[in-house]
Design a protein around this ligand. Structure first.
Ligand code: 6A9
Length: 778
């Protein structure tokens, strides 16, 4: 995997891997660890899907026919427009068990997943899926039957064999079989007590990302020709896709069992019956109890919270783990400016890469996002350290020779099919907050405080030793490309300084998209959030170095950077505004901007009208007076000494209802800001200009908790605010969940209503850590 020198010479730097041993090649990620994570529900973009953590896998998935207003619809890929009233994992352990409930109109489907390895099993073991369908007071004849479609598809094109020409599952439960390198012979069986009809369709195509269309076309042509809603029972020669239509009357339950290593004398019959019927019920029940016990031992909520909240807490961790995906493919990278790269396309391809990662939202953003992932891991490491290390390792292996990691990972055709063209290309000038350091800092502190077993500590240390050069490169990337003019100043590079259509040019790389920085991007800017992220990074590098190198600390010294960035006086000189008691960005700025309609004419002919920005005053270099999440970064980073009057000022800003405080959490931008709830363009509604976001509230809450435990004059004040903010956040998310069936991307600051993407089970799930009062320690 290390590329040869000749190849390196031809390869543009931006798509050249960082030249160091991969983290995923560490022994801790091989052997039993790797095998134990082979099969899983790693296809978060579909309602239910299974694949292996290998580039070209045998994949499985479920579709069903939903009925709405007397019409049928294929349900398969998580789509908001399907309008399910709720869906998501109610339990999932990230490894061998999960239970999901989906409500589609009057129909409730439950999908359970169980994995089991026996001595006779092939690599990765066997698995079972239980599908249970219930109706809640249906009234329509059509709804008494349900049509499920369970499919298998070979991404590498291998042919799949059909169990028999006519599928009578009461005679013979075998649906399909095949052969795969690694796992040997395998078989798929259907076991059910219900009276089911099974039909099939075998297809051959390399494109498996539009399976819903294939099934829909198949069904439609049958409906037209024979007036029946049933797959044609046709098997194209060497089909690599098999779809089984399982139809029956509701209520209905069916088990689907996959056994690998299914050669002779491998006790296939016995293994299948162990994974179906009563025996499966027993195993699922046992796993469910284990999940509940582990949940309590990890988060200890039983004495703290009511059952409504605990229910949401469970959904949070279950969806975080159940949302973990495995992706494989090549990112598309825009050709860097000032490079002499020649390419036929307008992009370059990153090297083919695997990514095992959690995702922010199954229907909206079912792929990896760099800074989201750091927040996800704050939950995951507390549940399963080795899953977390595996995920962070995959991300750090994506670093290129310049120390850059693409922010959004769109790997493979399935992932690509979910992204509008204009968002696909990744720009190598753009960063994204290095939140993975939040996780690493937790792990280092956890070792210091003996939170881990000896073998876990060893794994973390060897991980960090292998990761260190990559982390250095990552740090260096920020510390060179994102530098500001003054010593110790940084700004997010790449803001558009030519645009006339934005009220305030966006800063997508910061992760806070439209949160207002200076009105006129220049090199004089100093961004408070990035400065604080750099402090976190330097501080973390320093403690990692101390932990893993002991006396032999390498030459590069992070303590001086960390010292410089945590210096209170310097911070105040560069960013503190005495008049308001707030911390601000610095830059070329005016408050006097507005959007107004401009009519475009050619001669006397009206062409169109557009919203453009008017600047009514010459911008000047000064502090940029927006109070909001960015101004709280020094507070979040705990640079402010606990006895300083400035701490009291921060507490006042936080708790002031006319500024940041609401009954549902803290606003992203103060009510008093000139950009508060302002649209950025005709089409861009306010996003980080008012609504409440959980990731930032979690960070602020962590610091409130910190100051409530430190000695100092404002300790009690911090405590009171902490308790109230925590209550507000939990109450509102729990209430929204019970009202709407979902966790949301953000919450509206006026009524607390969920906004943006639903089924946003990424950082909104941090509400569980807030329930558990599990925060980052420094
Ligand atoms: C748009 C449209 C189906 C925006 O949670 C992921 C990111 C965050 O990292 C970022 O901080 N979200 C936040 O401001 C969502 C980003 C979606 C961008 C891609 C594609 C697809 O529509």
């Amino acid at each position: 995997h290390l590329i040869s020198t000749a190849e390196e010479a031809r390869r543009p730097r931006v798509v050249t891997p960082f030249p160091a041993p991969r983290i995923m090649d560490l022994p801790q990620f091989q052997g039993e660890h790797k095998e134990s994570l082979y099969w899983g529900t790693y296809r978060p973009h579909v309602y239910f899907g299974i694949r292996a953590r290998t580039p070209l896998s045998l994949v499985a998935g479920l579709m069903w026919l939903g009925v709405k207003d007397g019409r049928y619809f294929i349900r398969h890929i998580c789509q908001d427009s399907d309008d399910l009233s709720t869906y998501g994992w109610t339990s999932h352990n990230g490894r061998d068990f999960g239970h999901q409930v989906l409500v589609d109109q009057d129909m409730t489907l439950a999908t359970s997943f169980l994995k089991y390895k026996e001595d006779d099993s092939g690599y990765g073991g066997d698995w079972a899926v239980r599908i249970n369908v219930q109706n809640q007071g249906w009234n329509d004849e059509m709804q008494k039957n349900v049509h499920l479609f369970f499919y298998l598809a070979e991404e590498d094109g291998n042919a799949l064999s059909l169990g028999g020409d006519t599928l009578d599952i009461h005679e013979n439960s075998l649906l399909a079989s095949g052969l795969r390198t690694g796992i040997g012979e395998w078989q798929l069986h259907l076991k059910s007590k219900a009276d089911l009809e099974v039909h099939y369709s075998g297809l051959r195509t390399p494109h498996i990302h539009n399976l819903s269309d294939l099934v829909q076309e198949n069904l439609a042509s049958q409906l037209i020709r024979f007036n029946r809603l049933q797959l044609p029972d046709i098997y194209q020669s060497s089909s690599n896709i098999l779809v089984f239509q399982i139809s029956g009357r509701i209520p209905l339950e069916t088990d689907i069992v996959f056994v690998s290593g299914a050669g002779e004398n491998s006790r296939v019959e016995e293994r299948i019956s162990n994974l179906a019927g009563v025996s499966l019920t027993n195993q699922l029940n046992k796993k469910q109890r284990e999940f509940d016990v582990k949940f309590e031992s990890c988060f200890q909520l039983a004495d703290k919270l009511d059952s409504n909240s605990i229910h949401v807490g469970k959904a949070a961790i279950a969806n975080m783990l159940g949302g973990i995906g495995y992706f494989y493919g090549q990112s598309k990278i825009s050709i860097p400016k000032n490079s002499n790269v020649k390419s036929h396309d307008d992009f370059l391809l990153y090297w083919p890469a695997e990514l095992y990662t959690a995702v922010p939202s199954r229907p909206f953003f079912p792929r990896g996002f760099l800074w989201d992932e750091g927040f996800h891991q704050l939950l995951i490491w507390r549940w399963d350290l080795h899953i977390s290390l595996d995920i962070v390792g995959h991300w750090l292996d994506l670093i290129n020779i310049d120390g850059w990691i693409p922010r959004e990972q769109i790997l493979g055709a399935e992932a690509l099919s979910k992204v509008p063209a204009e968002f696909v290309l990744q720009h190598s000038s753009n960063g994204n907050p290095p939140t993975l350091f939040l996780v690493l800092r937790d792990l280092v502190n956890g070792i210091k405080k003996n939170k881990f077993t000896a073998s876990e500590s060893n794994d973390i240390i060897s991980f960090l030793q292998q990761a260190f050069v990559r982390l250095e490169a990552w740090f260096q990337w920020f510390n060179t490309t994102q530098l500001g003019k003054d010593v110790g100043s940084y700004y997010w590079h790449g803001r558009d300084n030519l645009t006339i259509r934005e009220l305030n040019p966006k800063t997508l790389s910061s992760g806070l998209d439209d949160y207002p920085h200076a009105s006129h991007p220049t090199e004089d800017e100093r961004h408070l959030d990035l400065r604080c992220w750099m402090l976190l990074a330097a501080d973390c590098m320093n403690s990692v170095a101390e932990l893993i190198w002991k006396e032999n600390k390498p030459e590069k010294d992070y303590s001086s950077t960390s010292y410089l960035l945590s210096d209170f006086d310097t911070l105040n000189q560069m960013h503190f505004d005495h008049a308001s008691g707030a911390y601000f960005d610095f830059g070329n700025h005016t408050e006097k901007v507005r959007l107004s309609w401009k009519e475009n004419m050619i001669g006397n002919n009206y062409v169109n009208r557009e919203l453009v920005r008017e600047v009514l005053e010459r911008p000047e270099l000064k502090l940029v007076p927006h109070v909001g999440y960015v101004s709280l970064f020094p507070f979040m980073t705990r640079i402010i000494p606990s006895e300083s009057w400035i701490l009291e000022k921060q507490l006042d800003l936080i708790s002031n209802r006319s500024i940041l405080w609401t009954n549902y959490g803290l606003r992203s931008l103060a009510k008093t800001s000139s950009m508060y709830m302002k649209r950025n363009t005709e089409h861009d509604a306010p996003y980080w200009r008012g609504p409440i976001w959980m990731n930032m509230n979690y960070m602020i809450l962590s610091s409130l908790r910190h100051y409530s435990l430190e000695n100092g004059p404002y300790r009690d004040k911090a405590r009171a605010i902490y308790e109230e903010l925590r209550d507000n956040l939990i109450r509102n998310v729990v209430q929204n969940y019970h009202q709407t069936g979902f966790l949301w991307e953000q919450y509206d600051q006026k009524q607390g209503k969920g906004k943006g993407a639903r089924v946003f089970t990424g950082w909104t799930s941090l509400v569980l850590l807030i329930m558990a009062e599990a925060y980052n320690e420094m």
